[in-house]
Design a protein around this ligand. Structure first.
Ligand code: KG4
Ligand code: ZN
Length: 342
């Protein structure tokens, strides 16, 4: 196994990547030869969020040329590709179907094995590029616009969900609060920036860590508390300070995450902690986890490279490698699935 081509189209980024695998050594090393990403964000910004129909059409327009570009940039020809990985679930169904059908045609027309990949496991796999020592078992917080879960990786392809959000994903909550404050979609990154300028104690907000002994979160209550505050200010024609709102919201998110991850680490006895997903780019969350790892010397923290936090094909290629090694193959009946579990 040397070259993997992978396709990602689960939400608002079309991506095709070619990754080289070096199998000598204890754990294979992955090198990104090309990671072509076409972001659809400008198309969706005018609507304040992702419009599924528009996303599907944009994937259909982009996927072929991105594949040509990835092959050209990597200097690898299709006949040298050993397997094709594709995000098959979870995600927007129409968006996923574009990638799945394209990957199927490419794979079966060229007699290349096709490997279906879980998008959420792919996010965790983004960490294998930077951290050559990372191996299961580990605990991963996968936090993005669509998912928030604490996963326990038992081996490279077996994950147990030990905690999850019961409603909104973290990224979704960031984006909605930002939107009510008039910031363009997706507002998560801008919330990160302005949180440094505000007072994290300005607003008293509920925790997103569910107050029981589960490892679950509820970001909807936290989001609603902030939005209620913003609406009340608007009704009373009172000014509010965006920086203070972002700082207080970020503080509540960070402390909820630390609380449940601390419990999850203690309960499972895992010593490796992985952060993954678009929200893994959040500098406040990264700093808080680094601080946690400093205070808990038995924990080794793995943070993904910033460029690999958001949706991309390279992370799907890395996970496809391990799925291939575990014997997973798709045939021509492969279908996409919107949800994580059957
Ligand atoms: O993983 P991703 O690219 O797509 C999904 O699978 O959902 O994650 C996108 C999410 C968006 O909600 C975006 O606002 C959020 O990640 N995000 C951030 C930051 N950068 C991206 N949220 C908070 N702070 C950031 N720095
Ligand atoms: Zn994602």
């Amino acid at each position: 196994m040397k070259y993997i081509l992978a396709i990602e189209s689960s939400c608002d980024e079309t991506s095709v990547s070619i990754v080289r695998v070096d199998e000598e050594g204890e754990r294979p090393r992955f090198t990104i030869l090309s990671n072509q990403i076409a972001s659809q964000i400008p198309l969706h910004t005018v609507y304040g969020g992702v419009v599924p129909e528009i996303a599907s059409r944009a994937h259909a327009e982009a996927v072929s040329s991105l594949t040509y570009q990835a092959l050209e940039e990597s200097g690898v020809s299709l006949s040298d590709i050993d397997c094709i990985g594709v995000t098959a679930f979870p995600g927007l169904i129409g968006a996923l179907l574009v990638g799945v059908n394209f990957a199927k045609s490419l794979a079966f027309a060229n007699n290349i094995p096709l490997i279906p990949v879980c998008h959420v496991f792919g996010h965790a796999a983004a960490n294998y590029f930077t951290h050559e020592d990372l191996k299961p078992p580990y605990l991963a917080l996968v936090a993005s616009g669509g998912h928030t879960s604490i996963l326990r990786a038992k081996d490279y392809t077996t994950f147990e969900t030990v905690g999850r959000t019961r409603d909104d994903a973290i990224g979704e909550a960031f984006d909605k609060v930002a939107r009510v404050m008039g910031m363009p979609y997706p507002g998560g990154k801008e919330m990160d920036r302005i949180a440094y300028l505000g007072d994290p104690e300005a607003l008293r907000l509920p925790s997103a860590a569910i107050a029981d002994d589960s490892l679950d979160f509820s970001f909807s209550g936290l989001k609603t508390a902030v939005i209620n505050y913003l609406n009340t200010c608007a009704q009373k024609k009172e000014e509010y300070n965006k920086n203070d709102v972002a700082a207080s919201f970020s503080r509540a998110v960070v402390s909820s995450i630390i609380k449940k991850l601390d419990l999850a680490l203690k309960r499972t006895g895992e010593t490796r902690l992985v952060l993954a997903g678009g929200v893994a780019a959040n500098s406040h969350i990264r700093a808080a986890l680094e601080d946690y790892a400093k205070r808990h010397r038995n924990i080794t923290l793995y943070l993904p490279e910033l460029s690999l936090c958001g949706d991309n094909g390279a992370m799907i290629a890395a996970q496809a490698y391990f799925e291939f090694m575990a014997g997973r193959r798709a045939d021509t009946t492969l279908n996409a699935r919107a949800v994580m579990d059957d």
